[in-house]
Design a binder for this molecule. Structure first.
Ligand code: CO
Length: 210
């Protein structure tokens, strides 16, 4: 059996197991999608949203990209965000980074990686905003992991800079935005930053006509 064929076999096993455990499982999810959470995570295969949070299909709306970025010109992210906030009315948005993130590591190097340079530029900007603190850390691993935390913090703030979030905060007093970091060594997630609905943001980014 080739590697991809195994996926079909395991899919059938999984579907059967789900129905054995809970006969209504699929029929219940058929007509409703009302997740409470939007997850913005890294594409890294070791950080799957449902598995690490012990959640089931139907519970988390997911967007993933390299280094869990919130880039304000990214039509994909913005479409997911608008749908999650305005239609699904998620109560919480979680930006989840992870230590030893390859995207953050690459952004802190000077290697030319082709098209991905453009994506990593956004992480280099985070480095520049926090240059003093980050460059003062002697150990490379510690320096990268601090950048992972600061990157999560900046992406949470990037969400708050969007009109989508500002409008929802004003009209619905939600969502609460969380910045988490996952540790590949022990599978534990910790909170490093958060912005509750209505949190003060830099007035430069505030819209006054929402
Ligand atoms: Co990563």
């Amino acid at each position: 059996m080739t590697s991809y064929e195994r996926l079909f076999v395991d899919n059938k096993k999984w579907a059967n197991r789900m129905v054995v455990d809970d006969p209504e499982f699929f029929s219940r999810l058929l007509n409703i999608q009302k997740p409470e959470f939007l997850w913005i995570g890294c594409s890294d295969s070791r950080v799957p949203a449902n598995e690490i949070t012990g959640t089931q299909p139907g519970e988390i709306f997911v967007h993933r990209n390299i280094a869990n970025m919130v880039v304000h010109t990214d039509l994909n992210l913005l479409s997911v965000l608008q749908y999650a906030v305005e239609v699904l009315e998620v109560k919480h948005i979680i930006v989840c980074g992870h230590y030893d993130c390859g995207g953050v590591k690459a952004a802190m190097s000077n290697h030319n990686l082709g098209i991905i340079n453009k994506w990593l530029r956004n992480i280099k900007d985070v480095h520049r905003y926090h240059r003093q603190e980050v460059d003062a850390i002697a150990d490379e691993g510690v320096r990268i992991n601090r950048m992972v935390e600061l990157n999560v913090q900046e992406q949470v703030m990037n969400l708050a800079k969007t009109s989508i979030i500002q409008k929802s905060w004003k009209q619905k007093n939600q969502p609460h935005i969380h910045g988490w970091v996952y540790d590949l060594h022990d599978g534990i997630v910790k909170s490093v930053f958060e912005m509750a609905a209505g949190t003060h943001i830099d007035p430069l980014y505030e819209f006054d006509n929402l």
